[in-house]
Design a protein around this ligand. Structure first.
Ligand code: ADP
Length: 445
């Protein structure tokens, strides 16, 4: 019955956080006795404007579970300390925390994480790498580390490998055993990895996340302000929109995406040098451009990358002069540049966002931006610039929409914000699938 009740409560979604109240950890003290259910709904602020709505929704859902006779819900709240306070407590000397994510496994996320970390260290930065891929921690293998970290009392001293401090879930998991991680356990583990590790002063802490969009990502984003995420995808991953899930997740969690990396992009034969685009080419670059996300670069599918990883020394260390190592160094430079750009703007929240949107006439849209700029956009032109897959060929970037098919007097009948980064429109011609990033709107104006 407990599982049924939790299942019912998973249908209740916090409209601000866009996640269900169970995975958000709002349900406390669930008690069930002879059909009588009680629990506490712990919100993140006592000023939650939809608290009563959520409570009554939770009540209805639980009452609908067979066998439940009565439901008693207590509403409380616990204001989470401001993100920077948390950071001060956990990792005061770490300047930038950069998660590396992917929509699915096997795209080379861990390979990219270690090589980026090593390349940054090679450039003189103080770097750490935290392997938070609880389901398949591969960093110890990639770096050939067999020993567990030493501890000093309650704290762990991370091994230093080629100048990079490393900590991995793999050090702590019983070998050969499958651990079933629950949300609170993961949260606690991430907290320990940050707060109980002697990271010391770091310029960059690279975090190798598990693939997909889950509790580790949520915990990390909630716990400390992340500088921004790197998303790794393969060319076909972009075509299948798998990488997009990770990007959308970060956006929902208010974490900027520092850049997209295309891995396994084309194969160069080590015998004859022939280049072959096995999975197509340039998809991630085009996608990044469409979404207004920086594109950090492409890594070819190369035997030497796989071989050096298997041997436990990443290619940027094992063969620093090789073409693949140079690609990684270029990527690391691009990443460091994006971090600086973002920080110089005062972090994520400095990107201009629309403050006020008016329709002075039906065919005009006037936007006042947070940086004071005013733009007036023509509705017909805006409709023609729709970036959705129906209007633009995703693989070539060519426009598919025939301007003659759009009525000259088209107008937006309604518009909606999409996360922190974009807007979508419902048009009078019935079209509604385009997501216009703020960058795209700024460019159009
Ligand atoms: P993930 O962390 O996304 O699951 P890994 O980094 O573990 O992926 O990589 C999966 C496999 O692909 C590994 O065997 C790795 O050596 C290999 N690999 C990753 N990137 C490349 C590349 N660019 N060229 C060749 N092999 C690669």
């Amino acid at each position: 019955m407990q599982e049924q009740i939790l299942q019912a409560l998973r249908q209740v979604v916090d409209p601000d956080l866009n996640r269900d109240i169970v995975s958000l950890g709002f349900i406390k003290d669930l008690k069930i006795r002879d059909g009588s259910v009680s629990f506490t709904l712990e919100l993140t602020t006592p000023a939650c404007p939809v608290r009563e709505i959520m409570k009554s929704e939770a009540y209805k859902r639980v009452m609908a579970v067979p066998g439940v006779r009565e439901v008693d819900i207590k509403l409380t709240s616990q204001v989470r300390p401001s993100r920077s306070e948390q950071k001060e407590r956990l990792i005061p000397q770490v300047s930038n925390v950069i998660p590396v994510a992917s929509g699915k496994g096997g795209v080379g996320k861990s390979t990219v994480s270690v090589n980026l970390a090593m390349a940054l260290a090679g450039m003189g930065a103080r770097v750490g790498i935290m392997d938070a891929d609880v389901y398949g921690p591969s960093i110890p293998t990639l770096l050939g580390i067999a020993r567990a970290p030493e501890n000093q009392g309650e704290r762990f001293v991370p091994p230093n490998v080629h100048g990079v401090k490393v900590i991995s879930m793999g050090f702590f998991l019983p070998p050969g055993e499958a651990v079933i991680w629950r949300g609170p356990m993961l949260h606690h583990a991430i907290e320990q990895f940050l707060g109980q590790v002697e990271w010391g002063a770091l310029d960059y802490l690279i975090v190798d996340l598990p693939p997909g969009t889950g509790d580790v990502q949520l915990s990390l984003c909630q716990m400390i302000p992340l500088t921004g995420a790197v998303v790794v995808s393969t060319p076909q991953d972009v075509a299948l929109k798998v990488a997009e899930k990770a990007i959308i997740m970060f956006d929902k969690l208010n974490t900027p995406v520092l850049g997209l990396i295309e891995n396994m992009s084309g194969f160069v034969c080590s015998q004859c040098g022939h280049h072959e685009d096995v999975f197509g080419a340039g998809g991630a670059r085009r996608y990044a451009l469409q979404r207004g996300i920086p594109f950090l670069g492409e890594i070819p599918l190369a035997t030497e990358i796989r071989a050096t990883s298997d041997e436990g020394t990443p290619i940027v260390v094992a063969r620093p002069g090789s073409p693949s190592a140079r690609v990684f160094s270029g990527l690391a430079g691009n990443l460091a540049a994006q971090v600086s750009i973002l920080n110089s703007r005062g972090g994520a929240d400095d990107r201009p966002v629309p403050r006020e949107i008016r329709q002075p006439t039906r065919q005009k849209l006037a936007i006042r931006w947070s940086d004071g700029k005013e733009s007036v956009l023509d509705a017909y032109r805006l409709r023609l610039e729709c970036p959705c897959a129906e209007c633009v060929d995703e693989s070539t970037g060519r426009k598919k929409l025939d301007p003659a098919s759009v009525p000259a007097d088209v107008w937006p009948t309604s518009l909606h914000p999409v996360g922190r980064y974009a807007m979508s429109f419902v048009w009078s011609d019935g079209h509604s699938s385009g997501i216009y990033t703020h960058e795209h709107l700024r460019r159009l104006s």
